[in-house]
Design a protein around this ligand. Sequence first.
Ligand SMILES: Cc1ncc(COP(=O)(O)O)c(C=O)c1O
Length: 459
Amino acid sequence: MSVARLSTVPARPSSADTHAGPRRGRPPARNEILRAGRLGGMDPEGLAGQFGTPLYVYDLDVVSRQVAALRAVLPPSFELAYALKANPALGVVAHLAELGLGADVASGGELATALRAGIPAPVIVMTGPGKRDDELHGAVRAGLRAVTVESPGELRRLEAIAASAGRRVPILLRAAVAPEARLERVRLVGDDGAGKFGMGSEDLLEAARFGVRSPHLEPIGLHAFGASNVLDAGALADHIAATMTAARALAVAAGFPLRLVDAGGGLGIAYEVHEESLDLVGLGRRLAALATEWSADPVTREARLLLEPGRFLVGPAGAYVARVVDRKLVDGREVVILDGGIHHVLRPALVGQEHRVRRLSGSGEGAGRFVPVTVAGPLCSGLDILATEVMLAIPEPGDLVAVLDVGAYGFTEAMPFFLSHPIPAEVAVRGGQAALLRPRLEPEAWLAWQSVPEWSARR
Ligand SMILES: Cc1ncc(COP(=O)(O)O)c(C=O)c1O
């Protein structure tokens, strides 16, 4: 973190950090892991004592409530497939399996995880550019609901694999991201994929016609992912409507019955205090109107609409808990250093969006005094900043701090070997109990995996 950045970013008040109660005109309390200073009802110090710090904690009751809230507004023709890329911890995926969700997997490893977690193959779809032959073989063998095809070359490889297995594989054709969605994606995640996802309209049609002619492929619909972390219900509904329209046109032009339309994920969560949560009721209202339209059209009447949310379902359920190692005043500004940082929570550095940070314990001099505090990790990198000048009761060395909303794209997106610090445990809490999902690793563990070659002398 440069001094320039410290001095140019204004202090942002954090209602989460002021322990403010509900006020008139304020949105309802968030469904999130931290309530009244406890993580899923558990004492943070107890969790830290049992599992060490830094630590990832996921509240599975929050996940259940997110699933229920979304399902409550979806029309009957909509289905949910959990995008494992958001959080592939087996215990988290098993919880979503228990709730009856399907899965969206993007690799052979994610497919193995979904199956091991108990998600049945007929409700799993596989999407993603660059699927290797062994991954396509695995998908064909498992008998997935659909494999999403991203290019003409992949289509031919899949056909050959399906033929060699004597199978007929249901496929979705993936459309390249629509230009307006691409703009949004660039703004939100700083990346437009540079054309690596899906196919343009000519290739789409040709691929669909090839699929219709092949005895080993069965085109059933279209896939289109719009943008990530969308908080605008209208924009999400527009994307879903546009995807159905494009799918309908493709099915008619290529001559296959439209059975599945996959509009991807992208349902957003409010990371920052000033952001408003996604308007689920408004989204539901728009989707109900769309579903009514589709049910009156003979081409779209039988089609199921699949959403593949990841972030929305698990993001608010996660907290990253770290202990303060050091506190200092630098040119009059408060800085605290934690025993964890962006090697475990990369998202703030990657996307440039900071997460809410809360002090969880402590009663030192700073307990009741809110000042701008920069919260940093222990890495020898200026990027290792978790929060810049957020209003916090100053944490003291030994206090616990939580980074919130890290249940999605948290540990799975980390770079845990950088600087050889311990790798955090992942723990689930549910109904007042805690359970270890993945153990903490000390450097000795990965030193034991490695070897120093014994080179023979060259003559
Ligand atoms: C194809 C596909 N489906 C679903 C998702 C999940 O998106 P989100 O977690 O934003 O809902 C992604 C995320 O990149 C994706 O690429």
